[in-house]
Design a protein around this ligand. Structure first.
Ligand code: GDP
Length: 461
């Protein structure tokens, strides 16, 4: 995959569509400079030095009419994002100018790029591996600085580096097994079996360590799914607002008005929280609210974390107790809201309903105690371990799934050895592990996967 493959020249708008100071239309492929040159006047782009930005006018070559006044960056292969020639045209921002420039390029030999096609070329031309391509997507989507740092670290190839190292070790063992099969006189079978066993164990341990990073990686990447649960009027919307530091949920004092599930992102010391504010979970005749209740139960089921809200200014009632029971097997934080009002909720009664949890008293309205919730969240999920953005981390379900399969293949190797299976059968499981690890970096990834993965990108990336 190291050599550069020839493709047609693609073009797309790489900046968000809308009004802004500038927009960028990007071209990649061996005709990029020629096509850009055809649609510009007053400059010969084929003669400018690589990695320079040049003043020009985009014109319609048929009518010679000016389309926009632009700056054109010319970057010649191989030192570019795609390893192909790249031309980036900085147009005036705005839908008309940008689209007209793109259309002109498309009428003069370029093809409209598919979503993610630039990054796909970077992959196909061997500049990045699949984990790095995924991290490009993660950087674009990062919701907090910590998430961005982690993605940036992966872009550096730290996960791929580790995976390649493991694959190399497997390859060496497999070579050893081959020697044993082909030239039994050079090696004793027992030595090969011992080696296989030992390596399977070692690599399995490394994979286990990697799998352990997945929850942190996925949390940083996708956010911690957090459900705010409590009876109507307890202050769920107010807490959502307090945590996300902005007004989004509609707060009213009529019980049961948070009719739908509202989602919001919050940034807790770098950990993105995907907050779900739910209608109070209670039996209701109201159709609209019933829908909200169903969705709340679902939100609760999917939640990584539950913020269980109680009202300090009211007595603990059946609804509270029911919700406490419903959430008792979840990672949860019990919060007593409305601490600014006279407190009537009996702590003693509450203690009877919960395990050893320490409730946190807050005032969502007065923004008091919110820091304590934030600290508690950090402790629950990253207890003692500072979130580490410098090492290889598994960041998505695809990588995790493959690691689990690779782990299984190694277990099969070990079982095979214990059951004294023929060595060439054990070898198949080891080879399988090597292939599965290769799928993570894309070295042995099937075409459909590659197409599917890159189609998740945005246009122009
Ligand atoms: P939800 O139904 O659980 O979403 O509750 P809301 O967030 O809509 O709040 C219900 C009512 O309680 C509103 O009138 C809020 O202003 C009020 N409220 C929420 N939090 C507090 C608080 O900490 N102190 C006081 N005094 N009132 C609060």
């Amino acid at each position: 995959m190291a050599e550069i493959t020839e493709f047609d020249t693609i073009a797309a708008i790489s900046t968000p569509i809308g009004e802004g100071a500038i927009s960028i239309v990007r071209l990649s492929g061996d005709q990029a400079v020629a096509i850009a040159n055809k649609v510009t006047r007053n400059i010969d782009l084929t003669k400018v030095a690589s990695h320079t930005i040049n003043y020009a006018h985009v014109i319609d070559p048929q009518t010679q009419q000016d389309i926009d006044e632009v700056m054109v960056s010319v970057m010649l292969a191989p030192k570019t994002f795609t390893r192909e020639d790249i031309v980036e045209i900085n147009t005036h921002g705005g839908i008309m100018a940008t689209n007209s420039v793109l259309q002109t390029l498309l009428s003069n030999g370029a093809r409209l790029a598919e979503p993610g096609e630039f990054t796909k070329r970077a992959f196909l031309n061997g500049r990045i591996d699949l984990t790095q391509a995924e991290s490009v997507m993660d950087i674009i989507r990062a919701k907090t600085d910590k998430a961005r740092q982690q993605a940036l670290n992966q872009l550096d190839g730290s996960l791929a580096h580790l995976i390649r190292n493991l694959r190399q070790q497997i390859l060496e063992v497999l070579a050893q097994v081959e020697v044993n099969i082909d030239y039994p006189e050079y090696d004793t079978e027992q030595m090969t079996i011992n080696l296989l066993q030992e390596k399977a164990q070692q690599i399995s341990q490394k994979i286990t360590d990697l799998i352990k990073t997945a929850s942190e990686g996925q949390i940083l990447n996708h956010g911690l799914k957090t459900a705010i649960i409590g009876k109507p009027n307890v202050g769920k919307s107010s807490l959502l607002n307090a945590l996300s530091h902005q007004q989004r949920a509609i707060v009213t004092d009529v019980a049961g008005t948070t009719r739908d599930v509202i989602e919001q992102m919050a940034n807790i010391n770098g950990i993105p929280l995907q907050l779900v504010d739910t209608a109070g979970i209670h039996a209701t005749e109201d159709k609209v609210e019933q829908l909200g209740v169903d969705r709340s139960l679902q939100a609760l089921e999917n939640a990584d974390l539950v913020l269980m809200l109680l009202d300090g200014s009211r007595h603990l009632d059946d609804q509270d107790v029911k919700l406490l029971q419903l959430t008792q097997n979840k990672k949860r934080i019990i919060i007593i809201n409305k601490m600014d009002l006279p407190q009537v909720l009996s702590r003693q009664q509450l203690t009877g309903e919960i395990n050893k949890e320490q409730p946190i008293a807050i005032s969502a309205l007065g923004q008091q105690g919110i820091d304590q919730i934030e600290q508690q969240i950090e402790q629950l999920f990253f207890a003692g371990v500072p979130t580490n953005t410098n090492t290889a981390v598994v960041t998505n379900a695809r990588q995790l799934g493959l690691l689990n399969q690779a782990q299984q293949a190694l277990t099969d190797v070990q079982t095979g050895i214990q059951q004294q299976m023929p060595i060439d059968l054990v070898q198949i499981d080891m080879t399988n592990c090597w292939n599965l690890l290769g799928e993570i970096t894309g070295e042995s990834a099937p075409d459909e996967l590659i197409t599917e993965l890159f189609s998740q990108f945005c246009l122009g990336k």
